[in-house]
Structures are given as C-alpha cells and as structure tokens.
Ligand binder design. Structure first.
Ligand code: ADP
Length: 489
C-alpha cells in the first residue's frame, strides 16, 4: 500500500503551493509592469531627443549649409556627451555624428530610404547595451534621418536589483507562509488528534466512554457527535446481546438443574420401577421444554443475524389456521376451556411462509391457553374482507395490565402468572411472533383488558387468484394496518 503523507503535511504543502503560485504570478506581473514602464520612459526620452533636433533645425534660417548646421548641433556634445546621436540630411551630409555611433554604424540610411514611422531597436557597443530610435524628420522642406540611443546599463542594473530584492522578499514570505500553514493545520487538526486518542482507548469493556464534545460548531464537532451517536447504538447492541446471553443462560439453567437433581436423587439408592418412570417422564417434559426454548433462541439469534430465511409462497390461511388450531382441541378440553375455531367457508390466499406462520399461530394459542383459567373461552378466527385476511386469537383469560402492555413483546419479559401448564413461559414467544409478522409485512395488534381477556390479531394482504396480484404482493410487501378487535366477554 502506498504510504500517504500525514494530513497536516499535505495541508501545509497545498497551502505552500497555492501561496507560491500566487506569489510567482504576482512577481512576474510586477516585473513585467516595471519593465514596461521603463521601456515607455525610454521611448519618451528618445522621442524627446528627436524633437529637440527637429526644433533646433527649425530655428535655423532656411537654406543654411550643412556645415553651419553641424556647428549648431555640436551643442549635443555638451548635453548628452553626444554619445548616441547621429543626424544625416537627404543628400548624405553628416549634420551631427557621435564617435560611439560612428564606430558601430558607419552608414546611416538616408531619410528617403526610411519608412515614415519611427523604429526602435537595440544594439551593443562594447559592453554597453543601447536602445535606439531611428526616425525621419522634415525641416524647412529638407529631410533628415535622426538616430539616437540610450545606454541600458543603468536600467538593467536597476531592474536586476529590483528583481533580486523582490525574489528575496517573496522567498521569505513563502517560507513564513509555509511555517504559518503548518502551525495553522496543526492547530486545526488538534481536535482530530484528541478524538483519535480517545477512540483508540474505547473497547468492548468501556463502551460507555464517549469522544470529547467540541463546542466549535464545525464539521469536527459534527463528526464527534455522529461518532458518539454510533457508539450509543453499538453500546445498546452490545448490552442487548449481553442481556440476551445472560437471560438465555438463566432460562436454561433451571431445567438443567432440575434434570440433574432428579437424576442424582434417583441414583442415590434403589427405588421402585414406578418412581423411575415418574423421573423419566419428568426429565422428558423438561427436555421438551428445553428443546423448545433452544429452538426459539436459535430462531431469534438467526433472525438477528439475518440468516433465518423464510420460504414465501401462496398459501391458504384458512387451511393453515384449521390445521394448527385443531391440534389444540384435546388440550383445551383437558383444561375445560371452551374452544372455538371459526374458519372461513372458503380459501383465503395470502403470501407467506407456512412453517413460520404456523409457529406464530401456535405461540398465540399457547399464550391464550396458558393465561386463561379453567372454564374460560378461546376462539381462533380467520376474517376476510375484500383485500385482507385477519387472523384473530381471542381469550377470556387474565388479560394484561396497561403497564405491561407496551412491554410484552420485549425479549424475556413476563408479566402474568400462567393458569395452565407447569411452568412460567420464557418471555420469548411474542418477540419471535412479532418478528415473523414483520417478515410478512404486517404486525401484531393487541387489545386487552386486565382480568377480562385479550385479543391478538394480525392482518395479511390477500391474493386474488391471478398472477399479477401475486407479483404485486411479492414486490410491495405492503405494511398492513392492524384490524380492530375487542376482547371476548
Ligand atoms: P411467555 O413465554 O412468558 O408467554 P411471551 O413472549 O409469549 O412469553 O409473552 C410475554 C408476556 O405477555 C407473558 O409473560 C404474559 O404476561 C403476556 N401475555 C401474552 N399473551 C397473553 C394472553 N393471551 N393473556 C394474558 N397475558 C398474555
């Protein structure tokens, strides 16, 4: 894997690069502007000289001889040291000629050979760089060529100095910017380091620890809050797993110790065959209870892990209800409970998993049986309207208090004392039933009155015979509204 530079260094580099680009652009623009200004100044100066020559010649009487004009222009020897000036008239007479130029330019174009506009150019004379202007002028009807120049040495030295100073200044500013950038990014990232240190400390044993709360109201504060929210959820998940494991172990401990005690007592000394039979029957009942509990625990664990798969298909809810509910008839009769199975007189097709729906109905009927005292009544019904089928299990049992009602679907939550069966339940049945209902796109509705009875119902979407509507149900898995029902009695 390619090693990445730390964010702090990368930020500094970015900061430095942006600053360097800006400084370089500014520097180049600055030097170019200064250079342009100097060039303009020099051009003005050269034009000024050409104008001076023209003015002097204009002041002379017309028809003056070149020799006389030469004497007049000798004044330039005094003004500019005559270094970079030469003037020639249309007949090729030298009016003025400085020695330096004569060495470099022994010939000078006659005015009639020049184009009308002025021409700037540069040349070297020894170790001097010269910017020159050559221009034709007309004075009193005669044409002249004026060539004049300026030494660039001073300008070049000035520009060079300026360039060096500006570069030195920019480099210092850049270095300063890099250092400032480093410290700024360090300061900005200090909270990240604090969050990282704290996050490294958090493990499964101190999940209640939280990352530092930042009062900066910026992205980092937001990140810290989001991570704390995530820790809240992880902690809650961990807690529920721990509670689940502890509760499961507790639930299994009772039947296991019962089996152990029974066997130990039986083996302690010789007993009649009758007693051994009783013990075996007892052990068998406990084992059945244990395997039921383990089944439920496994189903819930698989549901949590997302590995419990349902095999959805079209099924007749009426048929499923009849098959499941009728199994309970002998048990109900034994407990002298009036038991009614009200199946619809026609098939009610829904889309679902047969085995898990049977399990859901079993849980509801089992609860109704366990919490309904002798002489009570239980009914299991399938109701059908145009689009929905509702499964209703109603009893005249002990009912559920308003305090318990919101919690009966919690795992291991037990409220009422069972009226039938030998043991208290595990508090897992409704939790599993609710999961099954949710997987079928519905839920379980409870109406209960303490001391009078309860009614549990679940409403499913029906499938009318054609394939289209079957596909619709498959795709939508619509969440279905729960039907209203009242407790019996
Ligand atoms: P349990 O194995 O204890 O029955 P459940 O999850 O099936 O676990 O039910 C949770 C609690 O809901 C029960 O302990 C009981 O107090 C209450 N309950 C469930 N069904 C009924 C019912 N038909 N009548 C009265 N109380 C009920």
């Amino acid at each position: 894997m390619r090693m990445q530079l730390p964010i702090r260094v990368r930020l500094t580099l970015w900061f430095f690069m942006i600053f360097a680009t800006a400084t370089l652009t500014l520097l180049t623009a600055c030097l170019w502007m200064v250079h342009q200004s100097i060039v303009e100044l020099e051009a003005n100066e050269l034009q000024q000289r050409v104008r001076s020559v023209q003015r002097i010649l204009e002041l002379r009487p017309p028809g003056e001889t070149p020799a006389s004009q030469q004497r007049v222009l000798a004044i330039f020897d005094a003004i500019h040291g005559g270094k970079w000036l030469q003037v020639i008239d249309q007949d090729g007479n030298w009016i003025y000629r400085s020695r330096h130029v004569a060495e470099v330019y022994p010939q000078l174009a006659l005015p009639q050979a020049l184009r009308s506009e002025r021409t700037y150019f540069e040349y070297s004379s020894g170790d001097t760089r010269v910017r020159a202007l050559i221009a034709p002028i007309i004075v009193n009807g005669r044409s002249y060529t004026v060539q004049t120049g300026l030494s660039l040495n001073k300008t070049l030295v000035l520009l060079g100095d300026f360039q060096r100073q500006v570069i030195a200044l920019s480099t210092s500013v850049l270095l300063l910017a890099a250092v400032a950038g480093y410290f700024m990014s360090r300061k900005a990232l200090t909270p990240v380091a604090a969050i990282a240190t704290e996050a490294r400390r958090i493990n499964d044993r101190n999940l209640d620890s939280r990352l530092p709360k930042l009062n900066t109201r910026d992205e980092l504060a937001d990140m810290s809050e989001t991570l704390n929210g995530m820790l809240d959820r992880i902690e809650a998940g961990y807690r529920s797993i721990r509670e689940f494991t502890a509760n499961a172990a507790h639930e299994l401990r009772t039947p296991v110790s019962l089996i152990r005690t029974e066997t130990e007592v039986s083996l302690a000394f010789q007993r009649p065959a009758e007693e051994y039979r009783d013990t075996c029957e007892h052990i068998q009942r406990e084992s059945v209870r244990m395997s039921k509990l383990i089944d439920t625990l496994l189903a819930l664990t698989r549901a949590d892990a997302g590995t419990e798969f349902l095999h959805m298909d079209v099924l007749d809810l009426n048929d499923l209800m009849r098959e499941t509910a009728k199994k309970w008839t002998p048990q109900m009769r034994k407990s002298t409970i009036t038991y009614m199975v009200n199946d619809a007189p026609y098939a009610v097709h829904i889309f679902g998993d047969r085995a898990s729906l049977k399990r859901l109905l079993d849980i509801l009927i089992d609860n109704a049986w366990r919490y309904t005292p002798e002489g009570g009544a239980i009914s299991v019904t399938v109701l059908r309207d145009e689009r929905h089928a509702t499964l209703v299990v109603r009893d005249t049992g002990i009912g559920i208090s308003l305090d318990d009602l919101p919690r009966i679907f919690d795992r291991f939550y037990r409220a009422g004392r069972p009226q039938n069966g030998e043991h208290a339940g595990s508090g897992l049945g409704l939790s599993l039933a609710r999961w099954i209902a949710e997987k079928h796109g519905t839920s379980i509705d409870v109406q209960s009155e303490f001391g009078r009875g309860s009614c549990f119902s679940s409403r499913f979407e029906c499938i009318s015979g054609d394939e289209n509507s079957r596909m619709n149900v498959l795709e939508n898995k619509t969440l279905v509204v729960i039907s209203q029902c009242r407790p019996v009695g």
